[in-house]
Ligand binder design. Structure first.
Ligand SMILES: C[S@@+](CC[C@H](N)C(=O)[O-])C[C@H]1O[C@@H](n2cnc3c(N)ncnc32)[C@H](O)[C@@H]1O
Ligand code: SF4
Length: 381
């Protein structure tokens, strides 16, 4: 039986100072003046529209991502959050994260972000090596990255994530570990450690840089993971590591097939409707100009996730979590009985890929299964 899972809100800001050559996010180079006020109004009406279509419920986390949300003023977010709070009544103490680029860090702005209720920052560091930052086409130096973290700390952000990438052009294991060590010296509550992937429709796709080979990447990853673990940053998702009780509530809801409203250009949403036993995926128009044109032009797509597709969609998310999922959670979030995947789960647990914990009926990938997650997921196709 489908039950309403926790609900998050994702807000997309689609502009950056400069497009990075590896990035396939919906981000566009900002011209001199951004239509900030116009965009905030569009976000509010986008939210009102989505909110009016769902059953009454609470928002349990908000994530303002991009693009580069830190390009916007704190005043814009104050207006936006105030309106969203008036409409939805979200509780004052929920996790509200904002993504920031070190090249846009200003003390006054960060302080104002904290004052208006944003209580978590996620800073896109990528690397502390100047040559790597150049290779990645970043707009900031390593010193500016360090300054941005200092500014975040001085502004009262005791809960913050640092994004680092690894598997960078010519990167050695020692260099990747040095980046992690520098990051941890600032005692972030959370570290996102992404392997650089070459995505279609990026500059790196047409002109690929020379990347470490598979065996070096595997060595680098196992060393990095071990170091993070010894430093008490526990992996809870493929690329996410956190101090105890500091996992991102927003990420966890996303990976446990929770619901989320997605507002802003190109934003995706997932919403369950208990009464009709339906799950919908929503998508907004990608081009900021198109998104801004009119209320009617904002929604690009609303698609129903049919029952037959739900188990795989659930597993694609939930098996990325180190703790996996409870069988009851599978049934509540998909509306499909666990018996539909039970045989497959049993055979994968016999082959050492999945582990079944009988005490709380939990299914999770074993270390081996986690390394070979794609092969595990293919079994459910
Ligand atoms: C939307 S960006 C976040 C913040 C901000 N725009 C910035 O870059 O500073 C999210 C993160 O995804 C990661 N990322 C983006 N493209 C990637 C790629 N091709 N491979 C691996 N990680 C990537 C980067 O670490 C980046 O900080
Ligand atoms: S990585 Fe961040 S700053 Fe670079 S283009 Fe993508 S969203 Fe913008």
């Amino acid at each position: 039986m489908l039950e309403l899972p926790p609900l998050s809100l994702y807000i997309h800001i689609p502009w950056c100072v400069k497009k990075c050559p590896y990035c396939d996010f919906n981000s566009h180079e900002a011209s001199q003046s951004l239509p900030e006020a116009e965009y905030v109004n569009a976000l509010i009406s986008d939210f009102e529209n989505d909110w009016s279509r769902i059953e009454p419920r609470q928002i349990h986390s908000i994530f303002i991502g991009g693009g580069t949300p830190s390009l916007f003023s704190a005043n814009s977010f104050a207006v936006l959050l105030k309106n969203i709070r008036t409409i939805s009544g979200y509780a004052e103490d929920i996790e509200i994260t904002l993504e920031a680029n070190p090249g846009t860090a200003e003390a006054e702005k960060f302080r104002a972000f904290r004052e208006i209720g944003i209580n978590r920052l996620s800073i896109g560091i990528q690397s502390f090596e100047d040559q790597q930052l150049k290779n990645l086409g970043r707009i900031h130096s390593s010193d500016e990255s360090k300054q941005s973290i200092e500014i975040a700390l001085q502004s009262g952000f005791d809960d913050f994530n640092l994004d680092l990438m690894h598997g960078l052009p010519g990167q050695t294991t020692e260099a990747a570990l040095a980046d992690i060590k520098t990051a941890l010296s600032y005692r972030p509550t959370h570290l996102s450690w992404y392997e650089l992937t070459i995505e279609p429709n990026t500059v790196f796709y047409s002109k690929p840089p020379s990347l470490p080979d598979d065996s070096l990447t595997a060595e680098l990853q196992s060393n990095g993971r071990a170091f993070l673990d010894q430093s008490n940053y526990k992996q809870y998702e493929v690329s996410a590591y956190a101090k105890e009780n500091r996992q991102s509530q927003h990420n966890i809801n996303y990976w446990s097939f929770g619901d989320y409203i997605g507002i802003g250009a190109g934003a995706h949403g997932k919403l369950s409707d208990q009464k009709s036993n339906a799950i919908f995926r929503t998508r907004k128009h990608k081009q900021p100009q198109h998104y801004l044109r009119s209320e009617l032009s904002r929604v690009a797509e609303i698609l129903e996730v049919i029952e037959a597709d739900r188990p795989l969609e659930f597993l694609l998310n939930a098996l990325r979590l180190r703790c996996g999922f409870r069988q009851a959670e599978f049934e509540q979030r998909t509306g499909v009985p666990f018996s539909t995947i039970a045989k497959k789960v049993e055979s994968l647990s016999n082959s050492g890929m999945l582990a079944l914990d009988k005490t709380d009926s939990r299914v999770r990938a074993t270390d081996k299964g986690y390394q070979l997650l794609n092969s595990v997921l293919v079994e459910f196709l």
